[in-house]
Design a protein around this ligand. Structure first.
Ligand SMILES: [Zn+2]
Ligand SMILES: [Zn+2]
Length: 51
């Protein structure tokens, strides 16, 4: 198995994750509460989900 970066499992988030499915607690919560959200407000710079 390789360790290629994976995209955060939150639909609107473009961050990569090295561990788990989400880049942040925000995304884990957002994916449960609003899985079809079109914006991401995780604390990472460079995330393309920011509106
Ligand atoms: Zn994000
Ligand atoms: Zn994320």
């Amino acid at each position: 198995m390789s360790h290629d970066p994976k995209k955060c499992a939150h639909t609107a988030c473009s961050c990569t994750v090295t561990e788990g499915k989400y880049c942040s607690q925000y995304c884990e919560d957002a994916a449960k509460i609003a899985p079809t959200a079109i914006a991401c407000h995780c604390p990472h710079n460079g995330c393309e989900g920011k509106l």
